[in-house]
Design a protein around this ligand. Structure first.
Ligand SMILES: [Zn+2]
Length: 421
């Protein structure tokens, strides 16, 4: 498959051959002697890298709007956990197809996920055409028997994904958090991930309670606790990192830990605290951006997430210069790609062809004094007209194949899941 994107307003022509960007700029097409399978007229449009969502629970789209405006504990115990008890494989498949559809329509081409029945997530990613890093949510709840089960589940899932033989679907090891996984469980996850060369995806220092409980249980806060057991390293992607001290930020930077910032989820669940972006950025931590699950966001629109991230830091620090638009854009693109260790996040030759086209002929994109400013502060995901992932055209003029079926099926299955409760 080859795609020629012609006459874009920002980069001229972009030529995609197979799953890579072959050339960018004027005359990009003439460099290929082969026939182009698909030509996209990008006049009036900008060609940009697909966005990278570094922390999600994709199938939670089925719980969108099911429980809002509640205290975290009540939300989890009366809404989320009872619903999750009833989850079956087909819920995960269709919930993830719905999430993938939403991501494709709002310009996200890659996501980092942790949940249950991950084989179904992997199938949904395969069928949707997106790129993803997927980890089975490992929760041993400090019980040895359960730990053995979780180890088997993790090993089985990694094998399952390897069996796909698809470059765009990667497995990760995903111990849920320090309050749900024992020291032995965390150590096993670390060892297994290192041995297999996989990412380690974990929730870290999301709430103050998590920190206090960790001190009570282990005599240390989560970051020093994990560092002490040798868990932290370059393959760790830690979601949230809200309740971290300056010293802990230094530890994260020194160990090469990547952080996923999830501002909307943190604000909506109102667990208090704001991730210390300025300190992390200055320490050189690679920070990506995530939406978290749709139950706590409630959408997967990374354009919105960029704006929320920038505004939260400014409001919190009383400083409009913190987290400028350019950095928000980097978080959602190149930094996310770096965090997940994938060769995307830019539009240049030799990079994987994960691309989006953005319509500039829209009121919110006019005038175009500064494209990045418009993308971060003015746009929403609906400005995206075309989405290409791994060299395949997934959305053409806002049309995604099979969209109606996905909407109908996921609506039905979500109603079945939570009934009229
Ligand atoms: Zn999460």
């Amino acid at each position: 498959m080859s795609i020629l994107i012609k006459n874009s307003e920002n980069l001229g022509d972009v030529y995609v051959e197979g799953n890579e960007i072959e050339s960018v700029g004027k005359g990009a097409s003439s460099k290929s002697r082969r026939k182009t399978d698909h030509v996209i007229d990008a006049k009036g449009k900008a060609v940009l890298p697909g966005l990278v969502n570094t922390h999600t629970h994709a199938a939670m789209t089925l719980l969108r709007g099911y429980g809002d405006d509640m205290l975290l504990h009540d939300w989890l115990t009366t809404k989320i956990w009872p619903a999750e008890e009833k989850l079956k494989p087909e819920h995960i498949y269709w919930g993830t197809r719905l999430a993938a559809l939403e991501m494709i329509k709002s310009g996200t081409t890659c996501f980092n996920d942790m949940y249950f029945f991950m084989e179904e997530t992997a199938k949904a990613v395969r069928d949707s055409g997106l790129r993803a890093v997927l980890g089975y949510g490992f929760l041993d709840l400090f019980k040895e028997e359960k730990r053995e089960k979780e180890i088997k589940e993790t090993e089985t899932f990694v094998k399952f994904v390897e069996g796909f033989g698809l470059e765009r679907v990667k497995a990760a090891v995903a111990p849920h958090a320090v309050y749900t996984v024992s020291k032995e469980g965390l150590e096993w996850c670390k060892e297994f991930a290192d041995e297999k060369g996989l990412l380690l995806h974990i929730h870290l220092s999301e709430t103050r309670k998590e920190n206090e409980d960790c001190v009570d249980a282990n005599g240390k806060r989560p970051v020093p606790y994990l560092d002490n057991i040798g868990f932290l390293g370059e393959n760790v992607i830690a979601a949230h990192c809200v309740w971290v001290t300056k010293g802990e930020v230094r530890t994260l930077a020194e160990r090469g830990v990547k952080v996923s910032h999830n501002p909307t989820s943190n604000m909506k669940l109102a667990t208090g605290g704001v991730m210390p972006y300025k300190e992390m950025h200055e320490a050189g931590v690679v920070i990506g951006l995530g939406t978290d699950g749709a139950a706590s966001n409630n959408n997967l629109d990374m354009f919105e997430e960029m704006k929320v991230a920038a505004l939260l830091q400014k409001a919190h620090r009383w400083d409009p210069t913190v987290l400028p638009a350019g950095e928000a854009w980097q978080m959602a693109t190149i930094n996310g790609a770096k965090a997940l260790g994938i060769n995307t996040g830019e539009v240049k030759p030799g990079i994987l062809a994960d691309l989006i086209l953005v319509d500039l002929h829209r009121p919110e994109m006019t005038p175009n004094h500064n494209l990045v400013s418009n993308l971060v502060y003015s746009a929403s995901g609906s400005v995206v007209t075309h989405t290409i992932c791994d060299g395949q055209l997934l959305m053409d003029e806002r049309v995604v194949e099979g969209e109606d079926k996905i909407l109908e099926k996921s609506e039905r299955i979500a109603k079945e899941l939570i009934g009229n409760s």
